[in-house]
Design a protein around this ligand. Sequence first.
Ligand code: PEP
Length: 263
Amino acid sequence: MNRKPIFAANWKMNKGPSETEDFIKSFLSKVQGQTFNSEIVVAPPFVSLAKLADLLHTATAVQNAHAIQTAAQNCSQFDSGAYTGEISVLMLREFFVHYVILGHSERRSIYGETDAIINAKLKKAREANIRPIFCIGETLAEREAGKLESVLRTQVTEGLRDLSEKDLSETVLAYEPVWAIGTGVTATSEQAQDAHQFVRSLIAELYGQDTAAKIRIQYGGSVKPNNAAELMACPDIDGALIGGAALEPQSFLDIIRNGTQEA
Ligand code: PEP
């Protein structure tokens, strides 16, 4: 199965509009004239989405720039109303957002997002035709207690509850072991491949072999230029969700280059 790898930069709470502009200009100048056999996504903070959309629109018109897709880092599970501080999927659409990261471990652990809330957000994203990057992953304690598969099974089953096969075809999964996020500790390629293979088998159970064979599963957790190639060589790993190492244009580009092939 030929799945196009997808490399997504999750900037978290870093880079307002001016730093976003610096990054994108530098990144575009580095990739000018090149195309890759992969999809490239940038997820800035909400306040930088307008700047990003603007820059990409201009760049595409002027220099036929490499297509970068835009992602939000979160969305509300509600449509509108008295939800102070929240952003709806319809608002995101105004910024030409293609993807939204949902279920990130920081949202789960710091903001108490449950599988049910994440499921509601996934549904909202799909209603607005935005593609979820749906994150799952176990803590170190869960892994050491032998609960890796049961944790992943619950997150996948509950998170995807009532989503259709069509929704799944527009969804990207991101396996992110919590113990590897922002720690500098990466899962070995064997650990990552085993987890990805298990997640793919879960999707096959829930949606059938065909959907499972097509869905892209990113790995996330301390991906760097020097470990991208080995991780991306695993048969069930289809790209990466990258935090720290995607804050610098050269490092993000090196991950994409090392993890994929130029077209
Ligand atoms: C992330 O935040 O999704 C992530 C994988 O971060 P880092 O690459 O810094 O571990």
